[in-house]
Design a protein around this ligand. Sequence first.
Ligand code: ADP
Ligand code: MG
Length: 297
Amino acid sequence: MSISVSEITKIYGEQHALDSVSFHVKSGEIVGFLGPNGAGKSTMMKILTTYLEASSGEAQVSGHDVTEAKKAVQKSVGYLPEHNPLYLELYVREYLKFNADVYGVSKSRIEEVIELTGLKPEAHKTIGQLSKGYRQRVGLANALLHNPDVLILDEPTTGLDPNQLVDIRQLITSLGQDKTVFLSTHIMQEVEAMCDRVIIINNGKIVADKYLNDLRKGQEQIVVVEFDYRVEEAFLLKLPNVKTVKNTHDFIYEITFATQNDMRSHVFDFAHDNQLKILQLHQKNTSLESMFRELTA
Ligand code: ADP
Ligand code: MG
């Protein structure tokens, strides 16, 4: 087990920022820690990286207890904090060298992490001269210096433009090939793009913990169909296994089926039998988005 959290509670004054949170992350997983602002994500990550102590409960990272073996935890973990403090006047290599000295990491490792995070073309600049996307790379390079087994990344893509976003997501996915990654986000699509698994937190409580593969083959299926003419909803309700029918736009219908089987051929046969012409027909993948909205509403 790479990360093991057991009934962690954190109380700030009167507020339960975390309320008896438990979960386990296996080695090699990329897990998205998803929740709206104020849900408790950063608090959990600070506890796992030993920057904050829990009010009660236990947590281990790579088998080391976060209160009893802080040093060992710090050695196992690479942490990208939410508001990554970077020294803007320092050159990229200078900044990494400063931290490498703190960790007792060899100089050759600096060039390795520069290579690994794609910083090479910008490495001669000061951090202040870099775009937000490249600053995040510097933060990631820094987190990787001591070659930790576990990466804890707090909202690594917040504030990036769409191109930077794609680049950083790719970088994180590739880092995840030989590390355990636990990353927070409040964006559901982010989890879909990068993660094997999602843990959803709301008001300090875990409200869902699922593998994305299981979600993708969920119990429901929505088929979107466009006809060349108006069709009564009641008529479409005659389809097998149908749950609901919604007319979303002109002659476009969203049909929800209570089955995992691909229902498109049934819709096609139904249209054919009833002299309806189909202009488009596809399955809609919304399970994660709708689940997130329901659980955190
Ligand atoms: P997230 O990262 O999911 O946005 P946080 O872990 O930052 O959530 O915050 C969880 C809750 O705890 C929020 O309501 C926040 O206002 C509160 N909180 C966080 N840090 C402190 C603090 N140092 N003192 C008091 N309340 C805090
Ligand atoms: Mg946060």
